[in-house]
Design a protein around this ligand. Structure first.
Ligand code: GLN
Length: 542
């Protein structure tokens, strides 16, 4: 039988609840128990797939093709698990399912209510993760903060879980924020007290309080929170802002959280083993030479939109004993910009994206990389951009395009497949999730992976148009990764270029801090050799 940890947030959002959940998973898994994770999102969208990155940040894609919250990326990277659709539940999914049951007549004429029908649906979805994963421990994060109107059914459901599953099998963690008042140089506990009161009003008494703050919290403050919130002092844990997110599991472990949870839940575990992780964090924090990567995208002012790409670059750089410095280049501006910005980086990456805006700036980035022999990595849209740019070069016309951006293009090098035409619905109509890809021997892709078949995650509608494959291949484009039937081009690279490669899938989702993705590693390996005149790649002396 699985045990459960429920994690709620108080005071304000964006204080690292997702990282805390991932870190708790890490420290418990390091004791040899199996862990699974779930995120409950109170918004009414069915999934974040159709939400703008401005609203939501990155959409993280699981192996089974679910479009999920970016917190699932933290869970996978920290805990080293692969999650599924069941790990992200939204109010939209819960209500759709309850209403569908009502339409079918499943409730036999009863009145359908939030309690018990909606809460039962939520509880059954929580238990489903335990059933599918058979994990010893399921950690469930409730999105938003306590007091949000739409979060109420979720809090009521997790409250009921303690009674349903047995008091020794359920633990509540509350993540709060302690504001720092500069004038008096003190951290304030009052917002935490209020948010714990709000939780108690619903009937949840937290067992652990994680106090996020920019400064270490004193014993006196721990005493105060322990007293007012009725939580053991050893369970009032300081979560001080750290240099890297990967340090958080170590902070929590060293503060005794692992031991506390294990004894409270009566988990049978081995000794904690975080040595390799600790070593990785030490290497991450040590000063290193820089590698400067230009990321050309249209959401660059909102860095959460490229969260996994950013992390994958960081992991790969670490493997090369470098620290990555990302130059965020707005593709909307790049169009009219001189080449000098591109000339200041050692490699160019074009990540995924949708819609016309910024495309020409991305094409410009790809053109620069091709002409200047600068390393280039294209991810999904970034592959389509590479093909469009190369097509324009080969066919000597700007009319080369994707039908996503120009429906009547005379050279639609990227297009919908014949069986995809006529798709009108926007949600859930993409090629999603893991597909196999066969690598062509002797190519950069095959060398980077060092294997013949790879499995990568997709999220796109458009594909390489095979009609143009022969002329483009003759001109030097190599289709180095193909679907098993050879019909879909999954990786392209340039024959006459040191390292210009792009993939139709999203390798960033499979990168881990302790095992970087081969394509990112290959890209950074090539980029670090690029000499940039006048650029500061060594660390500033201070
Ligand atoms: N817009 C492109 C498509 O739908 C690329 C998608 C992406 O980059 N994820 O195919």
């Amino acid at each position: 039988m699985s045990k459960y940890i429920f994690v709620t947030g108080g005071v304000v959002s964006s204080v690292g609840k997702g990282i805390s959940v991932a870190s708790i998973g890490k420290i418990l898994k390091s004791r040899g128990i199996s862990v699974s994770v779930q995120k409950l999102d109170p918004y009414l969208n069915v999934d974040p797939g159709t939400m703008s990155p401005y609203q939501h940040g990155e959409v993280f894609v699981t192996k089974d093709g679910a479009e999920t919250d970016l917190d699932l990326g933290h869970y996978e990277r920290f805990i080293g698990v692969e999650l599924t659709q069941a790990s992200n539940v939204t109010s939209g999914q819960v209500y759709s399912s309850v209403i569908a049951q009502e339409r079918r007549g499943d409730f036999l004429g009863g009145t359908i209510q939030v309690v018990p029908h909606v809460t039962n649906e939520i509880k059954s979805r929580i238990r489903k993760v335990a059933e599918i994963s058979k994990a010893d421990l399921v950690i469930v994060e409730v999105g938003g903060t306590v007091g949000d109107i739409e979060g109420q059914p979720f809090l009521e459901a997790i409250r009921q879980m303690r009674k349903d599953e047995g008091r020794d099998n359920v633990l509540y963690v509350h993540v709060t924020f302690l504001p720092h008042i500069a004038a008096t140089d003190e951290l304030k506990t009052k917002p935490t007290q209020h948010s714990v009161n709000e939780l108690r009003r619903i009937g949840i008494q937290p067992d652990v309080i994680l106090c996020r703050s920019d400064k270490e919290i004193s014993e006196g403050i721990k005493d105060k929170i322990s007293l007012f919130c009725d939580v053991d002092k050893e369970a009032v844990i300081s979560l001080v802002t750290s240099e890297t997110i990967y340090e958080v599991p170590l902070l929590l472990e060293d503060a005794g959280l692992g031991e506390f949870i294990v004894s409270r839940l009566g988990l049978k575990v081995g000794k904690s083993n975080l040595e390799e992780w600790r070593d990785m964090v030490d290497r991450l924090k040590a000063p290193k030479e820089l590698v400067i990567i230009g990321l050309v995208g249209k959401y660059v002012e909102l860095r959460d939109a490229y969260y996994s790409v950013r992390e994958a670059l960081c992991h790969a750089a670490l493997a090369h004993n470098r620290e990555v410095k990302i130059e965020w280049l707005d593709s909307g501006e790049l169009d009219g910009m001189a080449d000098d910005k591109l000339g200041q980086v050692q490699g160019i990456i074009v990540p995924g994206g949708f819609g016309y805006r910024g495309i020409e700036g991305m094409v410009k980035g790809a053109k620069f990389a091709r002409e200047k022999e600068m390393p280039y990595l294209g991810l999904c849209l970034g592959m389509q951009i590479m093909v469009i740019e190369f097509g324009r070069h080969v066919f000597h016309t700007d009319k080369v395009n994707s039908t996503e951006f120009d429906v009547s293009s005379a050279y639609p090098v990227i297009d919908l497949l014949p069986d995809q035409q006529g798709v009108e619905q926007k949600g859930g109509t993409m090629r999603l999730g893991t597909y196999p890809c066969h690598l062509v021997a002797g190519t950069t892709a095959a060398r980077a992976y060092g294997t013949e078949v790879v499995y990568e995650r997709h999220r796109h509608r458009y594909e390489f148009n095979n009609h143009f494959r022969q002329p483009l291949e003759e001109a030097g484009l190599v289709a180095s990764g193909l679907s098993p039937d050879g019909r879909l081009v999954e990786i392209t690279e340039l024959r006459d270029h040191p390292w210009m490669l792009a993939c139709q899938f999203h390798p960033e989702f499979k990168s881990r801090p302790d095992s970087p993705h081969p394509l990112f590693s290959g890209f950074i390996g090539a980029a670090k050799e690029t000499l940039v005149e006048g650029a500061q790649t060594s660390l500033p002396l201070n």
